[in-house]
Design a protein around this ligand. Structure first.
Ligand SMILES: Cc1cc2nc3c(=O)[nH]c(=O)nc-3n(C[C@H](O)[C@H](O)[C@H](O)COP(=O)(O)OP(=O)(O)OC[C@H]3O[C@@H](n4cnc5c(N)ncnc54)[C@H](O)[C@@H]3O)c2cc1C
Length: 411
């Protein structure tokens, strides 16, 4: 438990590890750290734990780590295992490629590919944080990284010092700001329209991930929630004039339908089934940082490496960060060496995925023409390889962050 200091000018509490932010990254970090006997305090700005009602894909590189947290059974209860990923063409819905998932994914990568409802993920991660203390209603306003021990100041007037600070406070991280100063995010020019369609309205659709590609836009859909309660629909459209990041910003269903009015009839039919509660979110990212840490203060998840969601990896990479950071703290000679180890394997991988995610926008959104034909031929060739197609994803989904070795130079 935190100790209370006597002097009004000194920090009110004093903890070993302070995690700022109780999203997927922060809770994963707490869950891994407490299993390695670390005392963890999580400080979250919201007054209750939760996530917006939307979907997220947890690929095997993420699910295998959640299994290590003892969440295998709970994950299987909340997760939907799509049978495959299908890529379709915007104008006639013809199939461009197919990647089998379901049992084949599990067999190849020893962990399932899941589609899940975000609030359910937070719920099970919270259940894995039995020994950590979660402080709600603690919005970090400042972190003093200059003092011998970092000091966190919250908007409720409280403050706390810590041996180690992990900033898991998302793309607009205050911890990142404390470490490296003001750096603006990069607006991608893409906007995500998001809707959850109740299963009864789409019961005829297959349980698979569908990615429909067209000029300047694409649409991803998959089922989420216990008993596949909803179809999660994310429609990405180029809209450089709209840059507001908020899961709660209302979007107009009619505008969404009008945007895709010249797409195939299955798309138009699907959008007709969307109820009015559509939200829109402008997609931002940041360029990879040269360092994530200073002294005993570091970053994790979107605070460290925000990415556009065109590889569905931001959350999974946050889980990988959490697993590696915990190992690094076990193996490092001291906190700074541990953070060197952590960065040595996390920065290259996440920077690569940030770059590939951004590049996918170009490839997904090609206008019809020779380049688009070359892309579609490449998809067809990959699909024709049958099971081998999964080999293309070994580097991503087969990656086990819990066993990856440190580069020689850092050990
Ligand atoms: C449309 C879309 C689709 C996506 N799909 C996928 C997908 O399929 N698969 C996938 O893996 N990823 C996906 N992502 C990315 C994923 O959502 C993020 O990468 C992931 O949520 C990052 O988790 P995090 O814990 O690092 O940050 P966040 O989820 O942003 O959590 C940060 C937490 O910190 C808290 N906080 C913020 N500021 C403060 C403060 N000052 N003080 C205290 N607390 C604070 C917040 O309230 C929040 O709880 C998608 C993203 C988008 C936008």
């Amino acid at each position: 438990m935190p100790t209370t200091a006597k002097s009004a000018s000194s920090p009110r509490c004093d903890v070993k590890i302070a995690v700022v932010g109780a999203g997927i990254g922060g809770l994963s970090a707490a869950a891994f750290l407490e299993r390695h006997d670390h005392e963890v305090h999580v400080f979250e700005s919201s007054t209750e734990l939760g996530e917006v009602g939307a979907g997220i894909q947890i690929s095997p590189n993420g699910s295998r780590l959640l299994h290590q947290l003892g969440l295998e059974e709970q994950l299987a209860t909340i997760g939907t295992t799509p049978s495959r990923v299908v890529i379709r063409r915007w104008s006639d819905d013809s199939q461009l490629s197919e990647t089998p998932l379901g049992p084949r994914a599990r067999q190849r990568w020893s962990a399932p590919y899941y589609n899940v409802y975000r609030p359910d993920v937070i719920e099970i991660l919270k259940s894995a944080c039995e020994r950590s203390t979660i402080h709600l209603d603690h919005r970090l306003v400042r972190v003093d990284v200059e003092s011998t021990r970092p000091v966190l100041e919250f908007d409720n007037g409280e403050s706390c010092s810590a041996d180690l600070v992990i900033g898991a406070d998302g793309i607009h991280s205050r911890v990142r700001h404390g470490l490296f100063g003001e750096q603006s995010t990069r607006f991608s020019g893409w906007v995500a329209y998001r809707a959850l369609v109740p299963r009864e309205r789409v019961a005829d659709l297959a349980v698979e991930v569908t990615n429909r590609l067209g000029p300047d836009a694409h649409i991803v859909s998959y089922f989420v929630g216990r008993n596949q309660r909803f179809l999660n629909l994310v429609c990405i459209s180029h809209d450089p004039d709209w840059s507001i990041e908020s899961w709660h910003e209302p979007g107009d269903t009619e505008v969404l339908r009008a945007r895709f009015a010249d797409w195939s009839s299955p798309v138009r039919d699907l959008l007709e089934r969307v109820e009015p509660n559509v939200f829109r979110w402008a997609l931002h990212d940041r360029r990879p940082l040269d360092a994530w840490s200073r002294g005993p203060v570091t970053l994790l998840g979107d605070a460290a490496h925000p990415m556009v969601p065109f590889m569905a990896q931001g959350g999974c990479q946050a889980i990988e960060d959490a697993a590696v950071l915990t190992r690094a703290l076990d193996e490092g000679r001291d906190a700074e060496h541990a953070l060197d180890l952590y960065e040595s394997i996390r920065r290259p991988r996440t920077a690569d995925i940030q770059g590939r995610s951004f590049a996918n926008a170009t490839s997904f959104h090609l206008a019809d023409g020779p380049e688009q034909k070359r892309r579609d031929d490449a998809y067809a060739a990959i699909s024709a390889r049958g099971d081998d197609v999964l080999a293309n994803f070994d580097w991503l989904y087969g990656h086990d962050a819990s066993t990856q070795t440190w580069p020689d130079a850092t050990v």
